[in-house]
Design a protein around this ligand. Structure first.
Ligand SMILES: C[S@@+](CC[C@H](N)C(=O)[O-])C[C@H]1O[C@@H](n2cnc3c(N)ncnc32)[C@H](O)[C@@H]1O
Length: 428
């Protein structure tokens, strides 16, 4: 099946069935042998997710009536065609003929002429893409624009622009394998330009690379992890022989970092999703690290844990992921406005429960990859108000000591949008 047909199938899975792009895309990439084709398929799908409202508008303007049901596949194919015409350097005759051929391969032979005709019209007319509404000019759903305006009245536009940039690639040096300076030298020797990042193990690559080309990557010399996520282990600051809980651990990036920082801890890594938990084991194996993996609910710890309270807890809570739209642009279309209240309620429940399992004097680090205050500042403010034995520990990284936690916005120091609040359980 040709690449445009695979792109339409991927978009259909994401937009019609609600499958995330990081799951749907690799499924279709399996049908392609060549790395260049896999990369082009990814470029088409990610590009469409970034610019969907404008493409939808352009395509709908050319159709007498919208496609419904199974024929939505043709709609997705037209979107792929339109994306190629506006946003790629693929010659338009090739983009149109390949997309029409995809229509045949997808078994809509009767619609090949329509696809061909619509794309030819779009190419001939050269109409600029519409910016008539805010959703169209920012390629972002109205509910999210509204929430961002309220939360960031001064820089919401900048945040949206940053959320549409192509994200850089960050590595986490494995300090157990070599020093960061040594790994930077190894990268330089391999012709890979890179710089030390702000946290102790972070390395920022000038250009993203296939991990197979990185020195000793498969042996565990480094891991791929955004610069913002790399602050978690440092801020939790595990000490020798402590009992540490990673309450929402999968796929395990932060669990592994905690063990790299302090291998003598006893780490209990829990996740609700058994399939994702398998990835924690794979990551631990690659880095030759050990943790106790538990498939369980962080809001019901007594159902799977009969040991003592924890010295430290990392709660990297399930969230809207609005801070990582630049890496996962499908979030804009899969998340709905009402999800935010539901997520905030779930975060509250997990946070209250984990708190009971923290030793007096212990530390809980609350983290999300969200940029919405409901999941971050407001969540922690409400927690502090109802929890007399909780104290907020100011982080040196916060922009102001008066802030409730540290909110990182997308693109700030090249990092993803992220939030951290460090809480100490006071002894009576
Ligand atoms: C933000 S991700 C965690 C990322 C992870 N800490 C890392 O660095 O690789 C949130 C995780 O929470 C898990 N989760 C959601 N609800 C949960 C619950 N009630 N108990 C445990 N895990 C849960 C999800 O399956 C998901 O893997």
């Amino acid at each position: 099946m040709n690449l445009r047909a695979l792109a339409a199938k991927t978009l259909f899975d994401v937009l019609e069935k609600g499958v995330s792009l990081s799951v749907a895309l690799p499924e279709q990439q399996k049908c392609l042998a060549n790395a260049k084709d896999k990369a082009l398929l990814a470029e088409l799908c990610y590009g469409v997710m970034r610019t969907l409202p404008q493409l939808e508008k352009r395509v709908s303007d050319c159709l007498a009536k919208p496609f419904k049901g199974k024929q939505r596949m043709i709609h997705q194919l037209l979107i792929v065609g339109c994306y190629q015409l506006y946003f790629t350097r693929i010659p338009s005759h090739a983009a149109i003929s390949e997309t029409a051929e995809a229509c045949r391969q997808l078994k809509f032979e009767g619609m090949v002429k329509v696809v061909n005709g619509v794309l030819r019209n779009i190419q001939r007319q050269q109409t600029p893409l519409s910016t008539d509404t805010e959703t169209l000019s920012y390629n972002t759903p109205a509910w999210l624009i509204k929430r961002l305006k309220t939360a960031y009245p001064e820089n919401w536009q900048h945040i949206i622009t940053q959320s549409h940039e192509r994200p850089p690639m960050w590595l986490r040096n494995n300090r157990r394998a070599q020093s960061r300076a040594d790994y930077l030298s190894a990268l330089e020797a391999a012709g890979i330009e890179a710089h030390a990042g702000p946290s102790a193990d972070a390395i920022l690559l000038d250009h993203p690379k296939d991990v197979a080309t990185l020195p000793r990557f498969l042996e565990g010399a480094a891991s791929v992890q955004d610069g913002a996520a790399q602050w978690a282990a440092t801020l939790l600051n595990p000490q020798a022989n402590e009992l540490v809980l990673d309450a929402c651990a999968a796929p395990g990036g932060k669990s592994c970092h905690l063990l790299e920082l302090e291998p003598s801890i006893r780490l209990v890594a829990v996740d609700f999703d058994a399939k994702r938990l398998e990835r924690v084991q794979q990551n631990l194996d690659r880095l030759s690290l050990n943790a106790e993996l538990i498939h369980g609910d962080a809001a019901n710890i007594e159902t799977w844990w009969h040991g003592e309270q924890f010295d430290r807890i990392l709660l990297d809570a399930p969230c809207s992921a609005t801070g990582v739209i630049r890496r996962h642009p499908d979030i804009k279309w899969l998340r709905k406005n009402h999800d935010i209240d539901e997520l905030a309620a779930l975060q509250r429940q997990i946070l209250d429960h984990c708190w009971q399992w923290l030793k007096p004097g212990g530390t809980l680090l609350y983290a999300t990859c969200s940029i919405l205050p409901q999941e971050n500042r407001d969540q922690i403010n409400a927690f502090l108000a109802r929890t007399p034995n909780a104290k907020l520990d100011t982080l040196a990284q916060q922009s102001s000591p008066a802030d409730i936690g540290w909110q990182i916005t997308p693109g700030q120091n090249n990092m993803d949008g992220f939030y951290y609040a460090r809480l100490i359980k006071m002894t009576d």
